[in-house]
Ligand binder design. Structure first.
Ligand code: PMP
Length: 330
């Protein structure tokens, strides 16, 4: 018999897949590290596991305890998976702008979801930051991972993602490109690759236009999971050799091309990272190896990025760009 004891054993060891068509005209090799192969469907499974293990070791999380985190997305799914296996309860706090589908994914994994009003100031007691703090104080045995300040976040990438990429490329990697949200991925993976290569690998961050990492003020953008309006502790400000700014439009166009041309149905921050990686690869030497990390899958974005009407409404696509369909001819 050949089987895994539980889904947690499937976290990490994700594949590298060469991009073949969006790279037309580029001679450097561009390899995507595809994180939707994790059991919870995103890169965040890695940090969920390490943050929980650390909290257990430090005695912050004990049998029967409750994990409380303000999250609506991938981190929640990762935490919910790990919590199930270890017998913890999960309470996730999210703002009401988060789609019902996303809330329901968390509930499907057995988590409880507390929804807070978006239209209140962060210092308002009803804001989701404050509600999560209050629940952490009031629920006995509660622990808040706080992915924006937890050192286990970047460390999980230093210990897993970095060594995987180094080993999978046989040390031939020359450039590493990733989007920056909490900064955990780029800081941990980047530090490992820099050390392993003796400083030879260039570390490039990809950031939405408007976010602080690329000099913005935190003005709104639509790509999800990346960019910030503050500087999280989990981001190492010395890690990036370069930060490339990418527009929502360019991010979403590439996200759609990845699905249609590479068979990779991935999220919007993946299109953003690939847009930056292609810019890097265009300037690179033919023998260079550019690795770009793709954080999650595209199923959660079907009614947005993959919906022509939504794309047209935001001006990311002209309505005339819609290709004639077989149904039109009937
Ligand atoms: N893309 C998506 C979809 C994410 O959820 C995240 C995490 N916020 C990121 C990219 C960025 O990863 P990190 O937090 O490690 O910087």
């Amino acid at each position: 018999m050949r089987y895994y004891d539980n889904v947690i054993e499937l976290i990490g060891d994700t594949p590298l897949i060469r991009l073949r068509r969006v790279t037309e005209g580029i001679s450097a090799t561009v390899l995507a590290k595809v994180e939707y192969f994790n059991p919870g469907g995103s890169v965040k499974d890695r940090i969920a596991l390490r943050m929980v293990e650390d909290a257990e070791a430090a005695g912050l999380l004990r049998p029967g305890g409750t994990i409380v985190e303000p999250t609506s997305g991938n981190t929640g799914v990762g935490l919910a998976l790990v919590a199930q296996m270890r017998g913890y309860r999960c309470v996730f706090v999210c703002p009401d702008k988060v789609s019902e589908d996303k809330q329901n994914v968390l509930r499907a994994y057995g988590a409880e979801v507390v929804v807070c009003p978006t239209a209140v100031a962060p210092e308002d007691p009803r804001s989701y930051y404050n509600v999560s703090d209050r629940l952490t104080r009031e629920i006995p045995g509660a622990w808040k991972p706080n992915q924006y300040a937890n050192p286990a976040n970047p460390r999980s990438h230093y210990e897993t993602t970095g060594p995987e990429v180094w080993e999978q490329t046989g040390g031939k990697i020359t450039h590493f490109v990733a989007g920056v949200g909490t900064g955990g991925t780029i800081s941990g993976t980047g530090r490992y690759l820099r050390e392993a290569s003796g400083g030879a690998v260039r570390i490039i961050g990809a950031d939405p236009e408007g976010s602080v990492y690329s000099g913005g003020t935190g003005r709104p953008y639509l790509v999800e999971g990346v960019g910030e309006d503050f500087w999280p502790e989990t981001y190492d400000r010395g890690i990036c050799d370069e930060i490339i700014k990418v527009s929502d439009k360019a991010s979403f166009e590439l996200t759609r091309r990845l699905a249609r041309e590479e068979g990779l149905l991935v999220g919007g921050s993946c299109g953003m990272a690939v847009a930056a990686a292609l810019e890097v690869a265009r300037r690179a030497k033919p023998e260079d190896v550019v690795v770009v990390l793709l954080p999650d899958g595209g199923r959660g974005y079907l009614s947005k990025i993959f919906n022509d009407g939504w794309m047209a409404r935001y001006g990311f696509m002209a309505t005339s760009d819609t290709e004639p369909t077989v149904a039109d001819a009937l």
